[in-house]
Design a protein around this ligand. Structure first.
Ligand SMILES: [Zn+2]
Ligand SMILES: [Zn+2]
Length: 261
């Protein structure tokens, strides 16, 4: 993720071009695997290899407090059981990599709603997500800054949140607004830089809608958690009930495959 020529989500120019190339493949060969693009017979969402790999990613243990990977039954060395303040829990599909990474990139850059639908469905198979979204909870996406959303025409957090809302019948609400543009977090490497970059980025524009109610804040990928924490802190001003974060994937902030604590 270091150096010049890195695009959002940590893509090098070569990877970026490859992603663009895949977009062409999508148009030409709609029967390809949504993650790796390989043609399959009969046509399905994922090829067998990607499906198995994704299931492995989903089955791997994670800390419910901070979302980081964790071998089953062990205590979390990252948050030491304290979780990610100000959240009561952080739920996710898995670690950012393999087919999960491919799907998130395709959803984001090729605006593929079918991928958001499928990933939301997979999130709902996660027992804790299913339980959380049965309650009186409201679902809130992390907002983008105005022109950024207009430029992209697509807020991937909102697409996933909308799918979770649609599949569970829970309301999607917009208690937050992004009140200033922020530099893309992927270009900032330290935790401090990322926290500084998003400080004061959100405003609570609709506190009534979350007053006393449990809130599930949705984003696509969590890296240092700086954006989620800043948005969470702003939401807390509105006196919500339990506050949870739901993300598709967690990425290693030091980009070392979660080997360093
Ligand atoms: Zn595949
Ligand atoms: Zn933890």
């Amino acid at each position: 993720m270091e150096g010049y020529g890195i695009h959002p989500m940590g893509l090098s120019i070569v990877q970026w071009l490859r992603e663009l190339g895949r977009g062409v493949v999508d148009i030409c060969y709609p029967g390809g695997c949504a993650a790796c693009g390989v043609m399959q017979e009969p046509a399905g969402f994922l090829c067998e290899g990607c499906e198995q790999e994704l299931q492995k990613i989903e089955r791997a243990g994670g800390c419910y407090g901070c979302g980081m990977p964790l071998p089953a039954g062990s205590a979390c060395p990252r948050c030491r059981g304290k979780g990610l303040y100000p959240f009561d829990q952080v739920l996710r599909l898995g670690v950012y990599g393999g087919p999960l990474r491919d799907l998130i990139l395709r959803m984001k850059y090729h605006r593929q709603w079918t991928i958001a639908q499928s990933l939301a469905r997979r999130l709902l198979r996660h027992g804790l997500v299913e339980m959380l979204l049965k309650d009186d909870v409201v679902i809130a996406p992390i907002p983008l800054y105005g022109w950024r959303q207009i430029g992209r025409g697509f807020n991937q957090a909102e697409v996933v949140a909308a799918e979770l809302a649609r599949q569970t019948g829970r309301p999607m609400v917009h208690p937050l607004a992004r009140i200033r543009p922020t530099e893309t977090q992927t270009r900032l490497h330290s935790k401090q830089q990322r926290a500084q970059n998003v400080r004061g980025a959100f405003a609570l524009i609709n506190p009534k809608i979350i007053d006393g109610r449990p809130v599930a804040l949705v984003d696509d990928v969590m890296t240092t958690g700086a954006t989620l924490r800043e948005a969470g802190r702003t939401l807390r001003e509105g006196n919500p009930g339990e506050l949870s974060a739901i993300v598709l994937a967690v990425a290693d902030p030091s980009n070392r495959g979660f080997t360093a604590i």
